[in-house]
Design a protein around this ligand. Sequence first.
Ligand code: PRT
Ligand code: ZN
Length: 283
Amino acid sequence: MLTIAIQNKGRLNEDTVSLMLDAGISASASHRKLISDAKGFPLHVLYLRDDDIPQAVAMGVADIGIVGLNEVLEKEQDVEVLMKLGFGACRLSLAVPKEVDYQGLKWFEGKRVATSYPVILRKFFADNGINAQVHQIAGSVEVAPAVGMADAIFDIVSSGGTLIQNGLREEETVTFSEAVLISTPNLDDDKNREIEKLKFRFQSILESRGMKYVLFNLPKNKIDEAVAILPGMKSPTILPLANPEWVSLHVVLHEDILWEKIEQLKNIGATDILVLALENVIR
Ligand code: PRT
Ligand code: ZN
């Protein structure tokens, strides 16, 4: 049976548990447990701090794990990144006090930079030929410049609000991150088959997120115009109606373009437009 390591609490815990739930796998969200069995898929669930997940997977304590790509890059453990999971999105950026007249990367030459991600940062400076002092600190990196512990910081940024609150300005984005599914390299065939099943479930959920199922009635002579408006999956489904002058069209649309497309369809005579939630796209 597979063992999956997930974050025990914190930002990724809730989205991880809900992705699993959407995939028909119910795991306890309990933070007090270390390990439990999931329902709906043969899976042991190991609850760990995110920092420990890459190592647990590299060692084979867990076969797979869900963790931020930032932790995978920082810990440099021997794990395979199997897929991106579409949540926990953030970037790792260099930020300087807002009064600094920043002219480019050369500014960091000889400067002290505080971070919880020294491996990623040292590599970035080395790749760019910058000699800076990288100071590793465990938490509250963003206060380091104000208390005189550093000249700049390198940290996770999502909305940018924390930087602004601390009088800092984001200057260089070094890398992007999101939650990823990782695995121990070279697992046996049985485990790989189970992982493929899990990836298939996750993939179909990710593909259906943000998608809507749209159906509407249309005069038959407008089909070509409707097809030109709609991207569709392969092509829209067209069903006859009792009235031979009319058809019913069914299509899957992303919510980003939903209203724009609905307006265009109304303009060519579409009526009785139904927009339904989409649970899964199984290809
Ligand atoms: O206890 P444990 O070690 O498991 O958790 P943790 O405290 O180390 O991590 P946690 O739960 O805070 O974050 C887990 C993962 O979420 C990270 O490794 C990232 O992959 C991802 N993630 C996504 C983030 C953020 N967004 C985020 N905004 N992790 C941290 N932040 C913090 C950041 O450190 C900074 O303090 O939020 C602040 C910036 O946010 P904005 O929105 O103000 O820019
Ligand atoms: Zn952590």
